[in-house]
Write a protein that binds this ligand. Structure first.
Ligand code: NDP
Length: 500
């Protein structure tokens, strides 16, 4: 007889309580490190989704009228609880997503709580105030930033609780309510987050969770009571979601994929450049939307760069996810393993790219993890722009090195893509760094660094990588609409229709 999974079933959550799905249907979420089941997850039926949206709609009336300072206090309490329970939540994130605990324990919950605290402080401190403009002595215009209503958040699987927080924090701070759908591959955090919000004092119905696959997402995005959809995921899915939402005049934010260029300039400090390239490709086993997977290196630097890079690859350490030394986990699912493996195979057999490190086959991991979805960190060198591994987002630990002769050429090639999520430059010449950054077509850029994305920094893609931004002062604007009011103390009729 099959043993039951280690975690209790994950339910839906609406109107302030966990609730079983009316369909009675469930799916299992699996630990990607060893392919064992973790929990049964309830799948929302259409009537469950309707109920969750109705609960968010009811809650909107009073939450939107709750003074910002009171909303802020509740969200600050939630941030404090998240921090207190960091290690427990991070442990579950590690089991669900396959990311090493050395990462989840210091990044995933922390960076989510930071954003919650940031927006609580912003709205509590008057950050949602409108503007007043004096027109004439007796007339002025004032504007108000009004919440949108019921908003939908749909998340990807790579930063589960962080994505849920990056969406719900500004949404709730601005006075909206939310129905959130986590990825079916990493759903464990969502009920926990909803319970923490309730414990912190969030009124029933303000934050709700429905579980399920793409069809649940599609039903949410076309629902007539929904005012906005904030989506994180692949470009192809984003296009469907944006089409469905925009067709119904809903607001959208789209955080999509990338194929980001990292430019190492001839004067770059070698050690820093190699570290940057590794960080941009192997952190989170390469499952980061902003990964710098196209590494442009001056042809003259080739021997030194490749030598140091290969030497340093020993510091990428797959292994037991709770071993503090482990910094490289499995891929998040069997489907994703098959996808990444097929790209590596394509690189070897069709693109005929030169393999510098890794390749097909699993890395060395303890025997009890052999059924997990492991892939080797892989580096292809001397790649060309027309290779499929260079053009398409792989979303795994696969670096492509591209050599260039002139900086102008590197910038031109870096921009030669339909995507524009992130970009970065490594150089000791700070003036040149800013000139190059200015020319790169991407919404998120770094100089002599890669990957840090603090609460204060608005992030979002250009071109097909997205619409709008999350985080920073700019991020809250995506969760409000403007109302302008003109006040004239003389009255309107007097001027036009007055008696001659
Ligand atoms: P997907 O696009 O496959 O899925 C994202 C979410 O959308 C999931 O919850 C999914 O459900 C849901 N979904 C699927 N089909 C539909 C639909 N028709 N309507 C509404 N929702 C739907 O992305 P992944 O989960 O594979 O995530 C990886 C991608 O996310 C990468 O491309 C990565 O670059 C991008 N990403 C972007 C970030 C950014 O900030 N720009 C940050 C993180 C990731 P389910 O999977 O449960 O079936």
């Amino acid at each position: 007889m099959a043993s039951s999974p280690p975690f209790p079933s994950r339910l839906l959550y609406y109107d302030g309580k966990p609730r079983p799905a009316s369909s009675g249907k469930t799916f299992q979420t699996v630990n990607p490190a060893d392919a064992t089941p973790l929990a049964d997850v309830h799948i929302a039926s259409h009537s469950d989704i309707d109920a969750a949206i109705a609960s968010a709609d009811r809650a909107f009336a009073s939450w939107s009228q709750t003074p910002p300072i009171v909303r802020a206090r509740i969200l600050q309490r939630a941030a404090a609880i998240l921090r207190e329970r960091n290690d427990d939540i991070a442990r579950v994130e590690t089991l669900d997503s396959g990311k090493a605990y050395s990462e989840t324990s210091v990044v995933d919950v922390v960076t989510g709580a930071d954003v919650l605290e940031y927006y609580a402080n912003l709205v509590g401190g008057g950050g949602l105030n409108g503007e007043t403009t004096q027109l004439r002595e007796d007339a002025w215009v004032y504007t108000k930033k009004a919440p949108l209503g019921v908003c939908v958040g749909i998340g990807a699987w790579n930063y589960p609780i962080q994505i849920a927080l990056w969406k719900s924090a500004p949404c709730l701070a601005a006075g909206n309510t939310m129905v959130y759908k986590p990825s079916e591959f990493t759903p464990l955090h969502a009920q926990t987050l909803a319970e923490i919000y309730t414990e912190a004092g969030l009124p029933d119905g303000v934050f709700n969770v429905v579980n399920g696959a793409g069809d649940v997402g599609a039903y949410l995005t076309s629902h007539p009571l929904v005012a906005k959809v904030s989506f994180t995921g692949q470009v192809a899915t984003g296009m469907k979601v944006a089409g469905s939402a925009a067709g119904n005049m809903k607001y959208v934010t789209m955080e999509l994929g990338g194929k980001s260029p990292l430019l190492i300039l001839p004067d770059a400090e070698l050690e820093n450049a190699v570290d940057g390239a590794m960080m941009a490709n192997f952190y989170s086993t390469g499952q980061v939307c902003t990964n710098g997977t196209r590494v442009f290196v001056p042809a003259s630097m080739r021997p030194a760069f490749e030598k140091r890079l290969v030497e340093k690859m020993q510091y990428v350490r797959p292994g037991s996810l709770f071993d503090p030394a482990t910094n490289f986990g499995p891929l998040s699912s069997k489907i994703h393993l098959d996808k990444v493996t097929s790209y590596i195979r394509h690189g070897l057999e069709v693109d005929k790219a030169k393999l510098l490190y890794g390749g097909l086959g699993k890395p060395n991991v303890p025997k009890d993890l052999e059924n997990g979805y492991w892939v080797q960190p892989t580096i292809f060198t001397d790649c060309t722009d027309d290779m499929r591994i260079v053009k398409e987002e792989i979303f795994g630990p696969v670096m492509s090195i591209l050599y260039y002769q002139t900086i102008e050429e590197a910038v031109h090639r870096a921009n030669n893509t339909e995507l524009g999520l992130a970009a970065g430059v490594f150089t000791r010449d700070i003036n040149l760094a800013h000139r190059i950054i200015d020319q790169l077509q991407a919404g998120i850029t770094w100089v002599n660094s890669w990957g840090e994305s603090p609460a204060e920094m608005p992030v979002g893609g250009w071109k097909k990588s997205g619409v709008g931004v999350e985080n920073g002062r700019k991020g809250i604007e995506a969760w409000v609409r403007n109302k302008s009011t003109l006040v004239d103390m003389n009255g309107a009729v007097a001027t036009v229709f007055a008696k001659l």
